[in-house]
Design a protein around this ligand. Structure first.
Ligand code: ADP
Ligand code: ASP
Ligand code: MG
Length: 402
């Protein structure tokens, strides 16, 4: 008997009609002899709606209570789907995070699943379908926690590992992972199979079709994933370890994110300890710095340091820098309307000229590059936000992905 984890994202359960559709899909899988754990997201838009309610109460809403609030979205879907399955004459029930329990550790809004009590659910699976809420758990001291936006993917992968499932399928509103977001660039092509490393880069760099921490866990425990559509029967995209993939293209996909901000500190002293003095208070405030560029100083005395952060951290970072008395500088410039566009491909390592082609392509579109960062399988640039889609389109074309 095959044990399957089937994860249904927000759009897939976005209305009663869609929940009924998902129930029928699960029924077919169950009747084919599979044991099913369905992991569900909140109905599309619900989590944002709840988040907004909390902000209407306070911009600094209590973190514990925020997790109680946000986790409720998934609980609603769980109950509706379990009810729909029962209506189809299946044995089914919802298992809320504390009923299993799904044990987490770490801070509110950013916890991780560390264990699950599998025995009761496993017993139930012999006859029925278990419906569980994604995105949440309960801490050792009994508090409800959430595990980061898009976290139902991470729940599905953690369950695949902890329940020793044979398959983990991520059902969403597109029929697989594409060379770039197919909803924004219609000429994007579906990728039949992709390595964990490439998927992790794409997800981290903005392809929200998979949540990055879910891909990271899948890679760590070698759990093959399949991303497919809830609405068509087409084969999806398989995500698995690298050996079995044939690299014919230098670039596999183009990703982008519009949630970045860039800061340049002009004329800081060029001596040991300055960078540490800039970044230490940011680190203390748990602000993640992404790219860092330091120019070579022309006068050997001062230099400019540019770095990027998430736009959400922009005001906090600004305040910290302005109050940092341990650095001397001439000026600071801020730009919170930048985006990051990246090309990703395991084939890049063995193909010369990828960097040049990327820069040439952007130059031909008259797009100015504000910062650059590279790794073995990715190349990212920071550009003005208004140029994002033009840049993505151009790169998609020049790397033969259309
Ligand atoms: P779910 O609610 O099912 O988790 P998400 O909205 O989180 O779905 O992710 C699916 C969306 O990801 C798609 O609708 C698509 O717009 C977007 N997306 C971004 N990059 C890609 C990509 N490279 N391939 C496929 N979809 C992508
Ligand atoms: N509902 C949560 C979110 O919108 C988790 C998820 O959908 O995966 O982030
Ligand atoms: Mg998602």
């Amino acid at each position: 008997m095959t044990k399957k984890i089937l994860k249904f994202g927000g759009t897939s359960v976005g209305s009663i009609e869609r929940i009924l559709h998902v129930a029928n899909l699960i029924k077919k899988e169950h009747e084919a002899g599979n044991q099913i754990i369905a992991v569900v997201s909140a109905m599309a838009g619900k989590t944002n709606e709840l988040l907004k309610l909390s902000k209407d109460v306070s911009n600094d809403f209590n973190k514990r209570e925020l997790d109680v609030l946000l986790s409720s979205g998934e609980q609603v879907t769980c109950s509706l789907l379990a009810g729909a399955l029962i209506k189809l004459n299946l044995k089914a029930r919802s298992w809320l995070n504390w009923q299993i329990p799904i044990l987490t550790e770490g801070d509110h809004s950013n916890a991780r699943i560390i264990n699950v009590n599998v025995s009761k659910v496993n017993d139930f699976l012999k006859e029925g379908v278990a419906v569980i809420p994604g995105f949440q758990g309960v801490s050792a001291d009994g508090n409800i926690t959430t595990i980061g936006r898009g976290g139902s993917d991470a729940t599905a992968v953690a369950f695949a590992k902890l329940f020793n499932a044979d398959k983990c399928e991520i059902y969403t509103d597109v029929d697989g992972v594409y060379s770039t977001d197919p909803n924004k660039i219609p000429v994007a092509k579906k990728i039949e199979k992709i390595s964990y490393d490439e998927m992790l880069e794409l997800a981290t760099l903005g392809a929200k079709v998979m949540q990055s921490s879910a891909v990271q866990t899948a890679m760590m425990y070698d759990i093959p994933l399949e991303v497919k559509s809830t609405f068509t029967d087409r084969t999806g995209t398989k995500i698995f370890s690298q050996q079995s993939i044939d690299y014919t293209k230098s670039v596999t996909g183009v990703a982008y994110s519009k949630d970045d901000a860039k800061i340049t500190i002009i004329g800081v002293e060029d001596k040991p300890g300055v960078a540490a003095n800039i970044f230490e208070p940011l680190n203390k405030a748990q602000i993640n710095v992404d790219m860092v560029i330091q120019n070579i100083s022309s006068d050997q005395k001062t230099t400019d340091i540019t770095f990027t952060i998430k736009r959400d951290d922009f005001s906090k970072t600004k305040k910290i820098l302005e109050n940092n008395n341990s650095i001397i500088y001439k000026d600071i410039t801020y730009n919170d309307r930048v985006s990051k566009v990246s090309i990703v491909g395991a084939g890049m390592v063995s193909t010369p000229g990828v960097t040049y082609r990327m820069f040439r392509g952007l130059a031909d579109e008259r797009i100015n590059i504000l910062a650059i960062s590279t790794s073995e399988i990715k190349l990212s640039v920071i550009i003005e936000e208004e140029n994002t889609l033009n840049a993505v389109k151009k790169l998609h074309t020049i790397f033969d992905l259309d």
